[in-house]
Ligand binder design. Structure first.
Ligand SMILES: Nc1ncnc2c1ncn2[C@@H]1O[C@H](COP(=O)(O)OP(=O)(O)OP(=O)(O)O)[C@@H](O)[C@H]1O
Ligand SMILES: [Mg+2]
Length: 260
């Protein structure tokens, strides 16, 4: 398997708090990989490092063999890394279609002069971005909401729009931070099917954080477990379910049931 993402000895400290200690893992091209662990384990912090929202205190991140730690998000997205947020970050007063087009925008080749003179290329790219966004909305099953303001959508739908935006960036590696938080069980089933389609049909590599164990075990090929900033286990879903350290970490702190 070809390695797409490699995280090597990542450490992050916030003042006196060691949020991540020597975290290493590797995600192969084309797989669905999961990061799990109790609340406060450092999962979102690791996503923040990989997606450029946070520079690690030490350690390295490689994407497609290139060292990328410390690059900002706007540099990482065109290279191929896009994410969703644990607390959804859509523009609330902007339509669903335009929220998705924001993802696309990052790969447009417009320049200021084109925009000012409303050149043919500018108009063509605008039209193309609308078409692409519509197609992605159809793919995630949100096409009938294209003209709604994001804020008017129920939570589960907003999550899908945010996923659509990551698809629109054309990034190969999609990071989803608790994609089924706040969804009911029917929505979760729909979402797991959607993530499989994103992986198989759109050929994107998916790296996700999730508390819902059934969802994780069904979808992922490999799992890393974090606890208090450290990797305590790595393996297939079968291996992880039987790992005594994992059982202890979960039973030790209790589960939060997928809410923010
Ligand atoms: N910007 C920050 N400044 C200070 N401390 C932070 C910051 N971000 C995270 N932390 C702390 O780092 C630790 C790890 O937080 P993180 O959000 O990564 O956990 P998590 O595994 O995503 O938890 P959850 O499952 O609740 O989302 C926590 O103790 C948290 O309070
Ligand atoms: Mg988190």
């Amino acid at each position: 398997m070809e390695e797409l993402l490699k995280v090597e000895n990542i450490c992050v400290s916030f003042g006196g708090l060691q949020a991540l200690s020597n975290v290493s893992l590797s995600v192969d091209k084309g797989e669905i990989y999961a990061l799990i662990g109790p609340n406060g384990a450092g999962k979102t912090t690791l996503f923040n490092v990989i997606s450029g929202f946070l520079a690690p205190t030490s350690g390295k991140v490689f994407y497609n063999g290139r060292e990328v730690q410390g690059l900002p998000p706007h540099k990482l997205t065109p290279i191929g890394i896009s994410r969703t947020f644990q607390n959804i970050r859509l523009l609330p007063n902007v339509t669903v279609l335009d929220n998705v087009r924001l993802g696309h925008h990052i790969r447009l080749k417009q320049n200021m002069a084109d925009a000012l003179f409303n050149s043919r290329r500018f108009r063509e790219e605008e039209e193309k971005s609308i078409e692409d966004a519509r197609e992605i909305l159809r793919f995630v099953g949100m096409e009938k909401y294209e003209n709604e303001f994001a804020r008017n959508l129920p939570y589960g739908h907003q999550r899908k729009v945010e996923i659509a935006r990551t698809i629109a960036t054309n990034a190969e590696l999609l990071l989803f931070d608790e994609p089924c938080a706040g969804m009911n069980s029917a929505e979760k089933v729909g979402l797991s099917e959607l993530i499989l389609e994103i992986n198989k049909e759109l050929k994107r590599t998916v790296f996700l954080i999730e508390h819902d164990m059934r969802f994780v075990m069904k979808l992922s090929e490999e799992i890393t477990v974090l606890n208090q900033g450290q990797c305590i286990a790595y393996g297939t879903p079968e291996e992880i379910q039987e790992d005594p350290d994992v059982i202890e970490a979960y039973l030790g702190v209790g589960r939060k049931g997928g809410q923010e």
